[in-house]
Ligand binder design. Structure first.
Ligand code: WQD
Length: 348
């Protein structure tokens, strides 16, 4: 069976994709530096699937270390590149860390792909490349406006570097490079087993982990950042999508790259969202309703850099990748809360 290299394999999306790929019958080689994740996630992936795989500790910013690992792991058929810092707020505070880690690591990976004959790559991109869209829902052809954060910029530049790379000189073996970029909207929730989920270090930036930690009593109350936006209830609107649906799309993308009817185009990009926008208040209400509780929350000032409203037109991923969305808003809320409770009972 084909062998897939996952960078950032113990991260939030990476770990859920590792489960989905193993269950689809792929062999895996995982790379992670554990700067934003826990090594114990690897055992949980194997516990959930009942399958083993190889996991290496390596930082993509260290090209020599990366190449040393790839010398030990021949015959990689495709790589999925997750490894990156992803906190919007943190990136505004420390942009150089983001450029070095996200872009420097990506360049090393691309060079290693050329050196070791890896021609198929799936790139973890983001809806933040659309900036503050004037027309929603956004399609893959929507303009790529000024990203609202250095994080978003590393995704926009990351895509641009890949587009240049696939158009550059064809490698000597004549095998063209093929890249699929997947633009995630807001990944939320956790695997139904509650054995993997989003591991947050310190105070969560994102809405759902903050909600679940408030529900757990770790946070006194949730602050809703702004209630005077031009939306149906004054709070920002996003396209929240279950992390297991995001993981399934990666299996579909790898199948397409390696499949018989693989896309002829060297570069393809797909929106991964439900196509439904939800506001912050609607997410709070959904969480309270599904989990039968009242959350302590209050309004606060707007958060700098927040996009007012964005949600996806996801037809292209459905039509071309055969992507199917299986999880509902209720599943997102229930699995997020199950994971928070599991972490309290049996922490990673
Ligand atoms: C969502 C809404 C906040 C926390 C995320 C990821 C980013 C990218 C896009 C993949 C906003 C509000 C939040 C809180 C709040 N995904 N909020 N109180 O900013 O859309 O970015 O999705 O690449 O990596 O970070 O998500 O969850 O931070 O915010 O009111 O305590 O919730 O203002 O309107 P965001 P988020």
């Amino acid at each position: 069976m084909a062998r897939i290299l996952l960078t950032g394999s113990t991260g939030y999306i990476g770990s859920h994709t590792a489960v989905a790929l193993l269950e689809a019958g792929y062999e895996l080689v995982g790379l992670d530096n554990y700067s934003r994740s826990l090594a114990g996630v690897s055992q949980r992936i194997q516990e959930i699937t009942g399958k083993t795989y190889t996991q290496h500790r390596v930082d993509l910013v260290d090209a020599a270390a990366l190449n040393k690992v790839l010398e030990q792991e021949p015959a990689i058929d495709a790589v999925i590149h997750f490894a990156a810092f992803k906190a919007v707020g943190e990136s505004s505070a420390y942009p150089l860390q983001y450029f070095r880690n996200n872009l420097g690591g990506q360049i090393n990976l691309m060079q290693a792909c050329d050196q070791f004959g890896i021609r198929n790559l799936v790139f973890s991109s983001s809806c933040t490349v659309y900036g503050n869209p004037q027309v929603i829902p956004v399609t893959e052809e929507s303009p790529l406006l000024e990203p609202e954060s250095p994080y978003g910029r590393t995704k926009a530049v990351g895509e641009a570097m890949l587009r240049d790379w696939v158009k550059s000189t064809v490698p000597q073996d004549g095998q063209e490079r093929q890249v699929i970029a997947l633009r995630y909207f807001n990944p939320v929730g956790a695997h139904p087993s509650a054995r993997i989920g989003e591991c947050t270090v310190g105070v969560p930036d994102n809405l759902i982990p903050y909600i679940t930690q408030t529900a757990m009593g770790k946070r006194a109350q949730l602050t809703v950042f702004g209630n005077d936006y031009p939306t149906r209830d004054g709070t920002c609107l996003r396209d929240y999508i279950h992390v297991c649906d995001i993981a399934a799309a990666h299996v579909d993308a790898v199948n397409r790259l390696l499949g018989q009817n693989s896309s002829s185009s060297p570069w393809s990009v797909y929106n991964l969202g439900t196509g439904i926008g939800q506001t912050v208040l609607e997410m709070i209400q959904a969480f309270e309703s599904v989990n039968q509780m009242n959350l302590p929350w209050s309004y606060g000032p707007r958060r700098p850099g927040d996009v007012v409203a964005v949600y996806a037109n996801n037809r292209k991923a459905v039509d071309e990748l055969g992507w199917q969305i299986r999880y509902s808003l209720q599943d997102m809320m229930r699995t997020a809360w199950d994971w928070e409770q599991m972490q309290a009972k049996d922490p990673l």
